[in-house]
Design a binder for this molecule. Structure first.
Ligand code: FES
Length: 229
């Protein structure tokens, strides 16, 4: 994919940070040592994206480069490397579908099929009404609750075809459902609830025998001999 595929053809003529974001930028840059202001590039790109309808125009790249004393191409390199930054308009509901191995093994292809069936879009496309766009991305870091779709800043987890359909219907009505596991798992706990300590709890509940048996006595005596007690 070339940079021309990533960047919007239609660009605004200007970009300025709001006064509130300018104040925030001063605080962000102050976190880094003198001469290391370029380290603030990602938070500034994030600010620009949030201010500008979830995508970053080229004029914002120029403004950030100037503020941080960087070459424009260096800022563009960062913005085009990470899928968290959008260089062209995305839908009101920006769906990021994870297709990496754990999500793929748990059915992400079904989710992709559902999105195509319901919205008629594939990765990189936006619906004609601008309400939804889709991007297939690499691991979103929530593999334990795979498969995942990120909607703007929120994660929907443990999805399948039917629950993806329900999610799209809810978003179409501007009624986003509660975020997290759609099968109501608590965190990344097993579907059957907390089980990790059940064996330990089980052995604690077993009654200890009052008298050590002959074998235990022998073992204890051997241990004492070895340690010289
Ligand atoms: S593989 Fe999908 S969240 Fe990690």
């Amino acid at each position: 994919m070339s940079i021309h595929d990533l960047v919007a053809e239609e660009q605004p003529e200007n970009f300025e940070f709001t006064a509130e974001n300018e104040a925030e930028i001063i605080k962000i840059i102050a976190k880094y040592p003198e001469g290391r202001q370029a380290s603030a590039v990602m938070p500034l790109l994030d600010l620009a994206q949030r201010q500008h309808d979830n995508w970053i125009p080229m004029k914002a790249i120029e403004v950030i480069a100037e503020k941080l004393g960087m070459a424009k191409i260096r800022v563009l390199e960062v913005a085009s490397f990470y899928t968290m930054f959008n260089l062209k308009p995305v839908g009101k509901y920006f769906l990021q579908l994870c297709g990496t191995t754990p999500c793929m093994l748990r059915g992400s292809d079904d989710l992709s099929r559902c999105i195509k069936d319901k919205l008629g879009i594939t990765s990189g496309q936006i619906t004609p009404d601008g309400k939804f766009s889709l991007l297939e991305v690499e691991c979103l870091g929530a593999c334990v609750n795979a498969p995942i779709i990120q909607v703007n800043d929120d994660f929907y987890e443990d999805l399948d075809y039917d629950s993806t359909e329900a999610l799209i219907d809810a978003l179409s009505n501007d009624m986003p459902p509660p975020v997290g596991s759609v099968i109501k798992r608590s965190g990344s706990q097993a579907e059957t609830g907390a089980t990790s300590l059940s064996d330990i709890l089980g052995s604690k509940s077993a009654k200890p025998s009052k008298k050590p048996d002959a074998k235990s006595k022998k073992t204890a005596a051997s241990s004492a001999k070895i340690s010289g007690v």
